[in-house]
Design a protein around this ligand. Structure first.
Ligand SMILES: CCCCCCCC/C=C\CCCCCCCCCCCC(=O)SCCNC(=O)CCNC(=O)[C@H](O)C(C)(C)COP(=O)(O)OP(=O)(O)OC[C@H]1O[C@@H](n2cnc3c(N)ncnc32)[C@H](O)[C@@H]1OP(=O)(O)O
Ligand SMILES: Cc1cc2nc3c(=O)[nH]c(=O)nc-3n(C[C@H](O)[C@H](O)[C@H](O)COP(=O)(O)OP(=O)(O)OC[C@H]3O[C@@H](n4cnc5c(N)ncnc54)[C@H](O)[C@@H]3O)c2cc1C
Length: 673
């Protein structure tokens, strides 16, 4: 198991917990990494990047000024890139992109908040891979991978983020010079938010309304140089800066950008799909009209993995701490229990472990689906894109929303110490809560999935084939119901019935509203609360089904105890959400009040069964202390020593008396101020 560089004796509470664990921890690590080979590869990269201690800060990041924090993050980004450059240059295609997950994870040792280079690797590079022609890639990719240029993705504007069709930046083609003229006609058209744009990048992808021969062809993507490569000064016609202090992401220099009739060569339009010829003729993509939204789909897929990883971090911290922390005296004359022994604490934490597994596996499955759709699209077949869009939208929305709440729950579970920055939890939370908004807000994405579900429902009603993730609608419209039996398969079935029932209620509401004279748009709008609920229910059914199937598949050849504990977690996930949705279950399945009581009993039994393995389960995430950044969650469990050591780092503790005593306190206390 990975150890901290600052080696301390392991706390006896954790020694005992690890002795209690009845399964092979390394076997579960391999499962989570997707195989032993991947674990070894990950550990190798972590070793290359971390063993020399280059991630260490001379002064703790939290005590730096905003400017110093940013400068330190740039310094470390360059260092990180240098260290992992060899690994980076291997990644020349999307098929190798999963390697980035390893880099992403390792980078957390360097950045308590975020690297200003995140968008370079997280969006600039993928957009070049996904939206450029082969010739364009040949020109741009070597420079991007070698970090000869640094880029970002500037889509959102001050006035519009969600509604991409409403973006105002224009790119007007001038056939005389074979250039596009980029312009920001209003304040609301200023690009806003792009990570790294404020001070770091010299290039960016700009999303703008394309005009040629006097006709607007909607939003298209352009690669734009914004700063001089030698001096880094903004180029003439460019207004660029940073947007200011935020709830988190403060080392990411999110920026604004405006153009004053700024010219770029025709070749800088990303032309894999649509093209503008030299004479200004617009050549439409011959396939799906939303292909320019491709990077967003990719990043939504990646974000499911991203939040699963962050939840693994949070629950590792909270579970180890809960094994060390003792509090209260429920039985007289007995020692204070470990807080992990309280059932309510297990209720807070074990769902986090199960959810981290569920989302990790759902994300691996979604990644495979994404690649399959991309390979179909290479052959010109875009039939499966709507389902991928619906799936990636709801999985991104639900995973980021669930994980945001669960990370906050981890913080609550650590009491007062969880509120300390040195617990690591506030930084994890402020990072993850942003994921619910960016790359498509929660509500917006669920409504996108709802569009797909309503159409699928109508197809099922009409007897036309539906895509794999909504097959359950066929049984529902035929009136077939499965009696409640409380088995894991039965719970998943009932989640599908809840989803189908909700979609059916939405369709009825829309139809009723339309038959009373409303337009489709108005009827849809009035039904959106239900539609969001339906999309959420569908997504819960998809995650539950995938989690159960993937665990069964992956653990088929695992040792008995690994199989048992993995199944317990699946069942815990299913029971947790069934109990959370008893209203829906009573409405749409044949569950009785007595069945609900049995579910509750079973859930509580599962908590007791999982308890002895809790520390082993979080150890299996195999998160190095350098990545956790937590006084509460380090492998050695020396919580109190580490909290005290962190307190001593406070600048206020570097002098016995602060000057405010003489300036203000003393005069006040002596009535002289
Ligand atoms: C030093 C080293 C650093 C360390 C790094 C290490 C390595 C890093 C590697 C990996 C890290 C990964 C982490 C990544 C983190 C990245 C951080 C990102 C930061 C944030 C970036 C952003 O936020 S970018 C901006 C994102 N913006 C949005 O998402 C906007 C949301 N809005 C929309 O998507 C759309 O506007 C809309 C879908 C809401 C509506 O669009 P529109 O109005 O055009 O469509 P319609 O409603 O009319 O629909 C028409 C039709 O099209 C379908 N459709 C819509 N979208 C899509 C799509 N994407 N694909 C396919 N189809 C689509 C829609 O459903 C409709 O279909 P119908 O059949 O007609 O119903
Ligand atoms: C930390 C961070 C980093 C970011 N990085 C980038 C970046 O690098 N590049 C980039 O281009 N962008 C970036 N963004 C912008 C981000 O993508 C947008 O903020 C996001 O897409 C939401 O859009 P918005 O801000 O316009 O919200 P709005 O659309 O204004 O949403 C506000 C509220 O209105 C609701 N709403 C809006 N429309 C509807 C509707 N049709 N039906 C019902 N409700 C609706 C939403 O649900 C939400 O509750 C970043 C944002 C953050 C927070």
């Amino acid at each position: 198991m990975s150890q901290n560089k600052t080696i301390m004796e392991v706390n006896q509470e954790l020694v005992k917990e690890r002795a209690k664990c009845n399964f092979n921890v390394l076997e579960v690590t391999h499962i989570l990494d997707g195989g032993e080979k991947n674990t070894l590869h990950r550990k190798k990269i972590e070793s290359i990047a971390l063993d020399e201690g280059a991630y260490k800060d001379p002064i703790p990041e939290e005590y730096l000024s905003p400017k110093e924090k940013y400068e330190n993050a740039v310094r470390k980004s360059c260092l990180f890139c240098k260290i992992v450059k060899n690994a980076l240059t291997e990644f020349t295609g999307l098929e190798h992109f999963s390697n980035f997950f390893v880099l992403r994870r390792t980078a957390d040792a360097f950045f308590k908040e975020i690297s200003p280079f995140l968008l370079h690797l997280g969006m600039f590079l993928p957009t070049i891979l996904g939206q450029c022609t082969t010739e364009q890639q040949a020109y741009w990719l070597p420079r991007v991978l070698d970090i000869q240029i640094i880029g970002t993705y500037a889509q959102t504007e001050l006035g519009h983020g969600t509604f991409i069709r409403g973006l105002e930046t224009t790119a007007t083609y001038d056939p005389e010079t074979e250039e596009f003229v980029l312009h920001s006609p209003t304040l609301t058209s200023y690009k806003w938010w792009a990570g790294g744009l404020g001070k770091t990048v010299n290039y960016c992808i700009v999303v703008a309304q394309l005009y040629t021969k006097g006709v607007c062809h909607g939003t298209h993507l352009f690669i734009v140089q914004i700063r001089d490569e030698e001096t880094h000064m903004p180029l003439p016609g460019i207004k660029v800066g940073e947007i200011g202090a935020k709830m988190g992401f403060n080392t990411a220099d999110n920026g604004y950008l405006a153009f004053d009739h700024y010219r770029i060569p025709r070749q800088n339009m990303m032309m894999k799909n649509a093209q503008v010829l030299k004479d200004g003729t617009y050549v439409k993509p011959d396939s799906h009209g939303k292909l320019t939204y491709g990077t967003m789909v990719l990043v939504r897929v990646i974000l499911v993995n991203e939040v699963a990883f962050n939840l693994a971090k949070a629950c590792t911290i909270a579970t180890r701490y809960s094994a060390v922390r003792r509090q209260s005296q429920p039985k007289p004359n007995e020692p204070e229990p470990q807080i992990l022994d309280y059932t309510t604490q297990q209720h807070k934490l074990f769902i986090c472990i199960a959810t981290a597994h569920a989302l990790q596996l759902a994300s691996a499955w979604l990644w495979k689906t994404f690649n399959a759709v991309m390979s179909d699209m290479k052959k010109g077949n875009t039939d499966s894109l709507p389902e991928l869009h619906a799936l990636s939208s709801c999985l991104k929305a639900l995973s980021t929303s669930d994980v945001t709440s669960l990370i906050e729950q981890c913080r609550y579970s650590c009491g007062g110490h969880g509120y300390m920055l040195c617990s690591g939890l506030p930084n994890i939370y402020s990072f993850v809560t942003a994921t619910r908004t960016y790359e498509g807000d929660y509500t917006i994405l669920l409504l996108q999935t709802a569009r797909f579900l309503v159409k699928a429902y109508e197809q099922a009603e009409a007897g036309t084939p539906v895509t794999p993730t909504v097959l359950y609608l066929i049984e529902f419209v035929s009136g077939k119901r499965t009696p409640w039996d409380g088995s894991p398969e039965g719970i998943i079935k009932s989640f599908q019935e809840i989803a189908a029932g909700n979609i059916s209620s939405c369709v009825k509401s829309i139809r009723n509203r339309m038959s009373s004279g409303l337009s489709f748009e108005d009827a849809w709008e009035l039904t959106t609360i239900q539609l969001v609920g339906a999309a959420e229910a569908h997504c819960r059914a998809v995650i539950s089904d995938t989690y159960k199937k993937e665990i069964a598949r992956i653990t088929a050849s695992s040792s008995t105890n690994v199989k048992i504990v993995m199944e317990q977690l699946v069942n815990l996930y299913l029971h947790y959400w069934a109990l959370n949705r008893t209203g829906d279950l009573l409405r749409y399945s044949s569950i009785s009040g007595e069945d609900v009581a049995n579910l509750q009993m079973k859930y509580e039994e599962l908590l007791t069964l999982i308890r002895p393995n809790a520390v082993g389960l979080v150890d299996a995430f195999d998160l190095r202390d350098e990545i956790l950044h937590s006084a509460l969650g380090s492998y050695d469990g020396q919580v109190y020593k580490r909290l005290f050591a962190e307190a001593l780092k406070s600048p206020l503790n570097q002098e016995p008396v602060n000057e405010t005593f003489h300036k203000y306190l003393k005069p006040t206390m002596q009535g002289k101020l």
